[in-house]
Design a protein around this ligand. Structure first.
Ligand code: ARG
Ligand code: ZN
Length: 875
């Protein structure tokens, strides 16, 4: 069942054209598929190979002749036709039942509308096809459906014809001029309305832009439309890449497994990444929409025009496109400190989610070598670590060098399905660089550890930085070879200013990018006037764990002065993490907790430093999460971690009470809501102040929260206030929750927040979650709802999920099994909540193992869940 990268063979037949005819009916949809194919000279295989899943085959004709049962073989999901001529026209008629499709892969019904999701292997649930990304064809699509129920008929490319069919049905014909792999196919047949606009492209052409939503949501499309226009402009300006169609559509659906999908010309989105107005969406939602709209749009070049040879190459498009959307978001903020805050967020995600993945049973390289179910590899490693790998090219080659590499990549590969190695070659060749060793970032899993040691020689005025690297073993990879690691370094003098850097007589400014390629290397800086404090891995120049024996004094120095904002933040994180780990130990031993003045003073200084952007201050004051603390421990103890972190929050809240209160008052954003970076930063800092104040027993904080809850005119302030009430377990919390529900009952995305806030409250135990599952608004078939309640509880309520009696794990097993019968992809995501089970106490481990075995012991289990739980049990 395991598929290996090394087993790749080219497709036996290539497809030139595909004509699809759909007679859309929720219970019984007829799909007529006419393919023109020819033998692939590059393949030794002579049989035609078509994939199909959950399809009823009605008819099959080859070059006009009906094929009987003896002319083809069906083995599992594969239909094989032997002895076919060089050139064939295949006609395939199949039936499917979209309304029964709860997996939300292929063609399904969402709130009465037809929607598709074909990546990675959903197209085979629509028709028989060589459903692999290296088969690229030209598509023509005819849609027929009841006009009243499905007034809008959309597919990829250009609308070429539409009309009536007489019997209350109508049709639309679409043509996509660009050859594409089947995973980019899409159709929508629905009752929807759109916000649309003509937009001028760089070459003078006009494109029609549309955002399609259900009628009641037309007041929430503007931000997505603005984001789309900014994305188009940005790709023109930064990479010289233009929209290649006359029409670009975004469709929002409430039932979607992932965030969004880059189908050619017809992006389909989870409503979460489209719908926003100040009443219902938070600042984070606004930012998420801009990023995801950008991401899907940027895929048009990095993914669609140049696509993947096979699914092992997924990061070729995903890592690159995440990098592009990150750069886009950074450029939209504009200011250097805004950019830094954006970067800090990326670093936090990486540490919080990707590093644990890389250290767990599902660890895999950015370009995996094998998989059982490809849907399990849409991971933070492929996406976010993949983006870091792309970012390292830019760090090594410079922005201009990176652009040259991109240009060469498109010059060589436009219209092709290629490999990660082809991208690396383009980067190397365009810059005359050897990037052979860099390949290890794609092939070796695990997070490298870089150990640094510095030595100042006063008489020689040199500073020697010794860097060494290692990488822990990961499943299937006991030994690693050295990586090519860019380490950006600065040296701070006693005044806090950067010292000028010189190596081998070369002046390197104030930040030098050192290239660590061996297991150990020395870098000697000359002309260093004083003993410096090193600022290492500036801007997080590589996805590694950096170790250096910093003293408190050095960290405080960096926290106050580092010119690199990411490392300034980092110094603060190190200061808090050290203390949190000690406090956790004390809490576990039942000792008395205390927090030193030095730390509190450092926090006070940042909080009150008005020369710093509020957004940066908020980041600097935010403590590492409970899961990040857990990652630093050999044996994880969720309750002491929680106790320690809560104690620290309460101490900061009490000892900086006056400053927090002043901040709360000074950072208000009166007047009309705006989602610009400055206002977002002010709200974030203000609401962090509220959260700290709310962590103390002071009545005043709760009064403020209640007042903010009642008077807020935007969702950011609303949920911040409600969160403060819930987390303080305030007497007013239940009533506020009820009011919130009543007010937003009709806003599905807000009700998701309502569930999620309760699911993650430390007071919410399994019994409470079970009760919430009985709420009429809960729906096991809706992925957003499942994520907001069940996944939030299992992944983000560590104290209750890891309850000593194992009840959290038993609940997890039950839900994974129930979900698996409906939607394997969602079940599989949830099953990942147990990844780190071997790091807990023996008592908890025993319960966790039992739960894992219960799931693994099910006779009917999807490949998705089976792969995850069996890897968890065996690694
Ligand atoms: N390509 C999409 C994106 O990155 C993700 C779709 C993945 N879907 C899936 N079912 N695996 O935006
Ligand atoms: Zn993507």
């Amino acid at each position: 069942q395991t598929i290996y990268r090394k087993d790749y063979t080219p497709p036996s037949y290539l497809v030139d054209t595909v004509e699809l005819g759909f007679d859309l009916d929720p219970a019984r949809t007829i799909v007529a598929n006419r393919l023109t194919m020819r033998r692939n000279p590059a393949s030794a295989q002579r049989e035609i190979e078509l994939y199909g899943e959950e399809l009823e085959l009605v008819a099959l004709r080859l070059n006009g002749k009906t094929l009987g049962k003896r002319d083809y073989r069906i083995e599992g999901n594969l239909l094989r036709i032997a002895h076919a001529p060089e050139e064939v026209t295949l006609e395939i008629e199949t039936l499917c039942a979209p309304e029964k499709n709860t997996a939300l892969s292929g063609l399904y019904v969402s709130n009465g509308n037809f929607i598709t999701q074909c990546e990675a292997e959903g197209f085979r649930r629509i028709t028989y096809f060589p459903d692999r990304p290296d088969v690229m064809a030209r598509y023509t699509v005819m849609l027929r459906a009841d006009k009243e129920r499905f007034p809008v008929l959309l597919s990829n490319g250009n609308l070429v014809e539409e009309g009536e069919l007489g019997d209350g049905r109508h049709y639309a014909k679409w043509e996509d001029p660009f050859p594409k792999p089947s995973y980019l196919f899409a159709l929508v047949a629905a009752k929807l309305v759109c916000q649309e606009e003509k937009f001028q492209l760089a070459d003078g052409r006009e494109a029609l832009l549309q955002v399609w939503v259900e009628e009641g949501n037309l007041d929430k499309t503007d931000h997505a439309m603005q984001s789309l226009k900014r994305s188009i402009r940005w790709d023109e300006e930064r990479y010289g890449l233009e929209l290649d169609l006359d029409r670009f559509m975004i469709v929002a659906t409430g039932d979607f497994n992932m965030g969004a999908m880059e189908n050619k010309g017809l992006n389909i989105f989870n409503t979460k990444y489209v719908l926003a107005n100040p009443r219902v969406a938070t600042d984070v939602d606004f930012q998420g929409i801009e990023a995801v709209v950008g991401h899907e749009y940027f895929h048009n070049w990095t993914g669609n025009r140049v696509t993947c040879r096979d699914w092992f190459q997924l990061s070729l498009k995903e890592g690159l496109t995440v990098f592009r959307d990150q750069e886009f978001s950074g450029d939209m903020i504009g200011t250097s400190s805004g950019r830094a805050v954006n970067r800090i967020d990326q670093v936090r995600t990486l540490r919080q989610v990707q590093f644990p993945e890389d250290a767990g049973p599902m660890a895999h390289p950015v370009r995996p070598d094998s998989f059982v179910e490809i849907n399990n590899f849409y991971t933070v490693t492929v996406y976010e670590k993949g983006a870091e790998v792309v970012r390292m090219y830019q760090t090594l080659l410079g922005r201009e060098g990176f652009r040259k590499g991109m240009d060469l990549y498109f010059e060589r590969h436009d219209g092709q399905a290629v490999e990660c190695d082809d991208f690396r070659s383009a980067m190397a060749d365009a810059n005359g660089r050897n990037l052979d060793q860099f390949e290890r970032w794609y092939s070796q899993s695990g997070t490298p550890v870089v150990q640094a040691e510095g030595r100042y020689d006063e008489s020689a005025r040199t500073y020697t930085l010794k860097l060494s690297q290692s990488c822990p073993p990961t499943p299937g990879q006991p030994d690693k070879l050295p990586f090519h690691i860019p380490v950006a370094v600065g040296l701070l003098g006693a005044s806090g200013r950067d010292l000028p850097l010189t190596i081998d007589g070369k002046e390197l400014g104030t930040t030098a990018v050192l290239e660590l390629t061996e297991s150990e290397q020395n870098f000697v800086f000359s002309g260093v006037a004083e003993s410096p404090t090193p600022s290492l891995l500036r801007d997080f120049s590589a996805p590694v764990v950096l170790k250096y024996g910093y003293s408190d004094a050095e960290l405080l120095h960096l926290f106050s002065h580092d010119s690199d904002p990411v490392n300034r933040w980092e110094a603060g994180q190190r200061l808090s993490m050290e203390r949190l780990l000690k406090l956790t130990e004390v809490a576990a031993a039942g000792g008395e907790l205390s927090l030193d003045d030095t730390f509190v003073e450092a926090m006070r200084k940042i909080l009150t430093d008005d020369t710093l952007d509020p957004a940066f201050r908020e980041q600097a004051l935010l403590l590492p999460s409970e899961s990040m603390i857990a990652d630093q421990m050999d044996v994880v103890q969720p309750l002491p971690i929680h106790t320690a972190r809560q104690f620290m929050r309460a101490e900061i809240g009490a000892r900086l009470h006056n400053e927090l209160l002043a901040t709360y008052r000074s950072q208000q954003t009166p007047g009309e809501y705006s989602a610009d970076a400055e206002s977002i930063g002010r709200r974030a800092l203000k609401n962090l102040a509220l959260a700290y104040l709310g962590a103390t027993p002071a009545e005043q904080a709760l009064a403020l929260a209640q007042e903010q809850f009642s008077n807020a005119t935007n969702m950011t302030d609303r949920v911040a206030a409600l969160g403060a009430l819930i987390h303080a377990n305030a007497p007013a919390a239940p009533d506020a929750l009820n009011r919130f529900y009543d007010e937003f009952e009709d806003e599905a995305l807000v009700i998701d927040k309502w569930f999620a806030m309760q699911a993650t409250a430390a007071t919410t135990d399994v019994a409470k979650v079970r009760k919430l599952m009985k709420h009429p608004a809960f729906n096991m078939r809706n992925p957003n709802r499942v994520r907001s309640l069940i996944s939030s509880f299992c992944a983000a309520n560590p104290v209750q999920f890891h309850a000593a009696d194992g009840s959290g794990y038993a609940f997890w097993a039950e839900q994974v099994i129930a979900l698996d019968a409906l939607n394997p992809q969602i079940a599989s995501r949830l099953s990942r909540a147990m990844d780190r089970w071997r790091r807990y106490t023996p008592e908890l481990q025993a319960y966790m193992k039992q739960a894992l075995e219960k799931v693994a012991g099910q006779t009917k289990l999807s490949n998705d869940v089976r792969e995850v739980v069996s890897k968890a049990l065996s690694n």
